[in-house]
Write a new protein. Structure first.
Length: 246
């Protein structure tokens, strides 16, 4: 029996469009912020950046991307001169997260056609749409995880050694975790450092959320499609043997 198409799915096209615009704004704004980070820490070290008190250290901020110079009585960021850019990045990221999560959660449901926000859609079309969303979000997560965790996957106990030509006193890997992909590297001097930047490990963990939401939507669409096919194509019953005449 053919798929009647008497089902529906929410109109999420506008959510994906807004999420795409917000994603573009995040990329462009982050690129501009990264340009402002160039040699900002060096300017702090040379005294070209004034701050409250003596300079203690510098650090990199994950989002919005910035170099932060920590002084005794406060901090000075490379984004302090661009307050509009910082506000734009935070707003664009919030819009991106809300629209992306709303669009993926909307795929969990199968509303009846006829509503303003409902689009007539067959079970097969719903399965293809949720499958495409799962493929995109899952691929993004796997790409980030491979970029951040390939050293751990190759050998977790010796992740800090990989990627460098260590001949004498290689760093140890006293502790590590696969999710988020992170490890602590300990050198012969006793100093420690992180295998991956904290922002990359955090981004990898957050990227699993849309992939998981898309996986739930795909699993629900696949189950509904299977139930529909089972109902439409019942198993043939065996013919009843004729009774013998007495």
């Amino acid at each position: 029996m053919a798929d009647t198409g008497a089902h529906g799915g929410y109109r999420t096209g506008w959510l994906w469009a807004v999420a795409g615009v917000a994603f573009g704004a995040v990329l462009l704004g982050s690129a501009a912020a990264l340009l402002g980070m160039i040699e900002y820490d060096e300017r702090c070290m040379q005294g070209l950046v004034r701050g409250p008190g003596r300079l203690l250290r510098t650090r990199d901020q994950a989002f919005p991307p910035a170099t932060v110079c920590v002084f005794e009585r406060g901090e000075v960021s490379s984004l302090d001169g661009w307050p509009v850019l910082a506000a734009l990045l935070r707003t664009a990221l919030a819009v991106l997260v809300v629209c992306l999560l709303a669009a993926l959660v909307a795929e969990w449901f199968a509303p009846r056609p006829g509503g303003r926000w409902v689009l007539p859609m067959s079970r097969a079309e719903k399965l293809r749409r949720t499958g495409a969303a799962f493929f995109v979000t899952g691929s993004a997560f796997l790409m980030l995880y491979a970029m951040a965790g390939w050293k751990l996957l190759a050998g977790p106990s010796s992740a800090c050694v990989r990627g460098g030509d260590w001949r004498y006193h290689p760093p140890r890997t006293p502790e590590y975790s696969f999710f988020p992909p992170q490890a602590t590297c300990q050198f012969a001097s006793g100093a420690t450092s992180r295998l991956n930047p904290d922002w990359l490990a955090s981004l990898t963990g957050w990227a699993a959320v849309p992939a998981l939401l898309a996986a739930v939507g795909f699993a629900l669409a696949w189950r509904r499609r299977r139930e529909e096919r089972r109902t439409a194509d019942p198993e043939p019953t065996a013919p009843t043997a004729p009774r013998s005449a007495r």
